[in-house]
Every structure is written in C-alpha cells, then in structure tokens.
Design a protein around this ligand. Structure first.
Ligand code: MG
Length: 377
C-alpha cells in the first residue's frame, strides 16, 4: 500500500485525490493532510480515514477539541504544519497548495527523499532551477499533476528525446473578447471557466492566461526544455491536454475528458494505471478539435513568460508574487480585470532582478514584489 500525504487536501485537487484514495482503498493509505482553515472538511477526513497521523491547519485553536478526540493524531499549525505534512511518514506527497506557500514544503519533502506529485506549479515557476537540481541530487521523482504536463509525461518515450512540446490552452472565458471588452468584465465572468472546474486563483489565472504563462515555465523545468521547444496553442475544447513532437516529426497527443482525475491518479500510481478512472470520450458525438494561435498582444503574459525564461534569476518570483497580490485584489473587487497584468508588469519593472537563485534570494524577491504590488491600485 502506498502511503499518501496531501498538502491542500480541502482544495479542488486535494478533494480529487481524496476521492481516488476512497475509490481505491486497497492501493492507498492516507497518512497526513493539511486543510488550512477548512475544519469541517478535516472533521470528515478524520472520521473516515483512521490512518491519518499528521494534520496541518492554519491555527491550532480551531482544532482544540479534535486534539482530545484523536489522541493518535499529531496536529501542527501554520508553515510548520505544512512542513510536517510534507515530511510525514509517506511514500508520496501530493502538493496541491496554491501559490508561493507551496515552495518550502516541496523543498522539505525533497530533502526527506519523498517523491512528489506536484499540482503546485508555483514551486517550479519561482524556483524551478533550485527544485529540479535538489530533486536530482536526492534522487526524488517529481510527477506532474497539471493536466498539460501530465499529458506530456504520458507521451514521453524513454529512448527518444523531445523535439518540442505543444501545450494546449482552452483560452479561458475571455478567448474572444477584445481588449476594450476585457476592461469591463466582472469577477463572476472571470470565475466562469468554460471547461474546467477549479479553485478561484487558478480560474482567474486561466482567464488572464497567466496560468498558461506559468505552464511554459513549468514545462521548461519538468522536461528540461529550451524556450524554443515549448509552443502554446489555443484548443477551446480541452480534449487534447498537450502534445509531444519527436525528432522525426511524429506527434503524440494525450486525450481525455476535462477531469483532473486522470492526471492525479496517474501521478499516484505511475507507471501503473487504475481501472475506469474516467468516462471515455465519445468520438461519434460530433466531436471537433479546433486550434488557433494565441493572440499575444491581447494576452501579453505569454510574451512575459518567454522573456523571463531568458532573464531567469528572480524574475518569476517577482512575476508570481505580484500576480498573487493582483489576483487577490481583483477577487476582492479592488481593481479591474485588466489591472491584474498591468500590476504584474509594473512590479517587474520596479523590482530589480537578482541573477543568483537561492531559496533566500527567491523569498526576498517574493517579499519585495508583494510589498510593491500591494501599493498599486
Ligand atoms: Mg494546467
């Protein structure tokens, strides 16, 4: 039985992981979870999974009574809680945290030689160089959960190097809106993703295409690619999750319905596959596959990502931090949708990029960028 720990168990990917564990209890044993402040959900998990040994929460005060009810469970709070879950007695850590907060627990798990199923793309966006180097040194595997990267991972051939990857993008809810129209879209419009049901932060990132910009960086580090080996194409149906082209021009694509169950379960059981994880695509029901180039004038973040791959250093730590701040501001209705990317650009201009990539320089850049971006309106 594979012992699983989950960071961000109460989020969208966390709950998908729990569902897979429930459906395959002969395969997995859930040993540790973090739930931030979703205590109601924690209560459900503790009563259902008697195997849980370690719990991370935002604040221990909120779980005082469970500490008495579950004498065999160790409870921790804050960042310490995340690190304790990450380094618990598990065979695989599912990191489904949202944002920069996922970085340090990933590093802690790598140091503890625990393999990682990674949904927290920000880890690789801000510190890809550091994290992949450390994983290599510690002989730790990082399995992608992001659907595009899972697709690429599923297409790989051990004997044949990648010529290039083609990341597909649904284009989000505003694919066909002009820049003028984007100025007046609401939070509700932005949260209404056409194909995927996800958490708020990633749904907004999908609407700005920041999510795709981050996925370019994620692909670079996961598959050791040069910027010109990563192509992005709009595929509104989200049926092809991404493609790999080999040196002879042959292209392999991975297809499936728009569900995170396949990427999550494949990361949990690689190289094995579980039975009947999802329903099949029906090829007889007027299925069409459309592809378009990305309009990088309207969605400038894609250009910013390629530029950042050339710059490196702390560029993406600044880009990510300012984006996290701006998305929060937008969700709180403090700024308009188009201001999100403007704030990111203004912060990138203002904060100097440090060429040295260490955990300290990344944390420092993240802090500075947050302080700066918070001031912007
Ligand atoms: Mg994705």
């Amino acid at each position: 039985m594979k012992k699983i720990a989950i960071l961000g168990a109460s989020g969208s990917i966390g709950k998908t992981t729990i569902q897979i564990i429930k459906e395959h209890q002969e395969e997995f044993k859930l040993v540790a979870v973090s739930v931030y402040s979703n205590i109601t959900y924690l209560k459900e998990l503790l009563s259902e999974f008697k195997t849980i040994e370690v719990v991370g929460v935002k604040d221990l005060k909120e779980v005082e009574k469970y500490i008495l009810d579950y004498p065999n469970v160790l409870f921790y709070e804050g960042n310490d809680g995340l690190n304790k879950v990450a380094t618990s007695n598990c065979d695989l850590l599912v990191n489904a945290l949202v944002g920069f907060v996922g970085l340090v627990p990933t590093i802690e798990a790598i140091k503890a030689k625990i393999d990682i199923a990674l949904a927290n793309k920000e880890t690789l966006v801000v510190a890809g160089k550091l994290v992949t180097k450390l994983a290599k040194e510690n002989n730790v595997k990082i399995y992608p959960i992001d659907s595009e990267h899972s697709a690429i991972f599923q297409c790989l051939e051990s004997e044949n190097p990648i010529k290039k990857v083609i990341l597909t993008a649904s284009g989000g809810p505003f694919l066909n809106k002009s820049f003028k129209e984007l100025e007046t879209v609401t939070v509700e419009d932005a949260l209404n993703h056409p194909n995927w049901k996800m958490g708020k932060k990633i749904t907004i990132d999908s609407a700005t295409l920041m999510n795709k910009a981050f996925e370019i960086v994620e692909a670079k580090w996961l598959f050791d690619l040069k910027p010109n080996q990563i192509e992005v194409v709009i595929h509104p149906q989200s049926k092809i999750h991404s493609m790999v082209e080999f040196r002879d021009g042959s292209i392999k694509a991975q297809l499936g319905i728009s569900s995170m169950k396949i990427p999550v379960s494949y990361a949990l059981t690689y190289p094995k596959r579980l039975d009947d994880v999802c329903e099949s695509i029906s090829f007889t029901s007027h299925l069409t596959f459309d592809f378009y180039p990305v309009d990088t004038n309207r969605f400038e973040v894609i250009k910013l990502a390629y530029y950042g791959l050339l710059k490196q250093g702390t560029y993406f730590a600044i880009m990510n931090a300012s984006n996290e701040v701006a998305v929060e501001k937008f969700l709180n209705k403090e700024i308009s949708f188009v201001r999100i990317i403007e704030i990111v650009k203004e912060t990138l201009k203002a904060i100097p990029i440090d060429d040295e990539v260490t955990l300290e320089s990344i944390i420092e850049a993240d802090k500075k960028a947050r302080v700066y971006a918070r001031r912007l309106k």
